[in-house]
Write a protein that binds this ligand. Structure first.
Ligand code: ADP
Length: 274
C-alpha cells in the first residue's frame, strides 16, 4: 500500500463486525500527463453473508475496485480490511472468478486437476484433496465430469468448473468479475441460481461485478451503483426481495421492477426517479 500504514493491522476503521471494509480507496493509473484517476474515495463495508452487486457505466472502475479487494492492486490511497486485517496481498479465505473462463482454466489439465490446482502444496492430504474436488464439482452440478477436459465442455459448464475451483479454497469471500457475460441468457440464469445456492451452502460473502442491471438486483442483498470515472458510490441500495429468489416470480415482482428501473436510471446518469 502506498499511503500511511495504520498503527495496528487490527484497527478496522468504522465497522468492526464487517467482513470487508473499504476505507476511502482511490486509485490513479499512471502519473503526470498520463495519470488516470479510476476510483475516488470509495468507502463501504460488507457484512458476513451479504451478496453485494457492483454496477456502473463501462470504464467506471468496477474491475479496479475488485482487483483492489483481491489484493492484486495496491490502491494509491486508502485501504481494504478483510476479517479485521489490512490486506497487503491476496487475502486468505478469498477466491475470484473472472469473466473469461477459457483463459482462467488450464486446457491441458482435466477438470478435476483444474479444480485441484489451487490446493497444490497446501496442507491437505491426497485423500482430502480428492474429497474437496469431488464435493466442489458436485456443488456446481458437475458430478462425473472430473476426467473430461475443459475444451470438451460448453461455456456454461466451463464457468461451473471455474466456480468449483474457487470453491476448492472454501473461501469466506468470493469476488466475481462479470462472470456470466460470455454465456447465453438461459445458461446465465442457471449460473445465477447456482451462485445463490453455493452462497447458502458454503455461507459465503459475495461481491459481484456485472453490467447486467436485472442480474445485479436479482442476485443481491445490496447494489452499489458507481458513477462515471473517477468512480464514487452514487447509491448503496438495499434489496429486500423475498428469498429464495426465483427467475420467474422474483423478476415479475413489482418491487423488482421498481428497483431495476431505479438502478438503470442511476447507471445511465439520471436521478433515481427519472
Ligand atoms: P470497469 O470495470 O468499470 O469497466 P475498469 O476498472 O476496468 O472499469 O477501468 C477504469 C478506468 O481505468 C478505465 O478508464 C480504464 O481504461 C482505466 N484502466 C484500467 N486498467 C488500467 C491500466 N492498467 N492502466 C491504465 N488505465 C487503466
Amino acid at each position: 500500500m502506498t499511503d500511511v500504514q495504520p498503527k495496528s493491522t487490527h484497527a478496522v476503521p468504522g465497522d468492526p463486525g464487517a467482513l470487508v471494509v473499504v476505507d476511502n480507496v482511490s486509485h490513479t493509473y499512471g502519473s503526470g500527463s498520463t495519470a488516470h484517476n479510476a476510483i475516488r474515495n470509495l468507502a463501504f463495508s460488507v457484512q458476513p453473508r451479504e451478496f453485494v452487486s457492483i454496477v456502473g457505466p463501462s470504464g467506471a472502475g468496477k474491475t479496479t475496485l475488485l482487483r483492489t479487494l483481491a489484493g492484486l492492486l495496491s490502491p494509491s490511497s486508502g485501504g481494504v480490511w478483510v476479517e479485521g486485517k489490512r490486506i497487503s496481498g491476496v487475502p486468505d479465505d478469498m477466491a475470484m472468478v473472472f469473466q473469461d473462463y477459457s483463459r482462467s482454466l488450464l486446457p491441458w489439465l482435466s477438470v478435476e486437476k483444474n479444480v485441484a490446482f489451487p490446493l497444490g502444496g497446501s496442507k491437505h492430504s491426497t485423500a482430502e484433496r480428492h474429497e474437496i474436488v469431488r464435493e466442489s464439482l458436485e456443488a456446481v452440478g458437475l458430478d462425473g465430469f472430473g476426467k473430461r477436459y475443459p475444451w470438451q465442455l460448453s461455456g456454461g459448464m466451463q464457468q461451473r468448473v471455474a466456480i468449483a475451483r474457487a470453491l476448492a479454497y472454501r473461501p469466506k469471500l468470493l469476488l466475481m468479475d462479470e462472470p456470466f457475460a460470455s454465456v447465453d441468457a438461459q445458461t446465465r440464469e442457471g449460473l445465477e441460481d447456482l451462485v445463490l445456492q453455493i452462497r447458502d451452502r458454503y455461507d459465503m460473502t459475495i461481491l459481484f461485478v456485472t453490467h447486467d442491471i436485472d442480474e445485479s438486483v436479482y442476485l443481491a442483498n445490496r447494489v452499489l451503483v458507481l458513477s462515471r470515472p473517477p468512480a464514487h458510490i452514487v447509491e448503496d441500495l438495499r434489496i429486500e426481495l423475498p428469498e429464495p429468489r426465483d427467475q420467474i416470480t422474483t423478476r415479475e415482482n413489482p418491487d423488482f421492477v421498481h428497483l431495476r428501473s431505479r438502478v438503470a436510471r442511476l447507471v445511465h446518469g439520471g436521478t433515481p426517479e427519472g
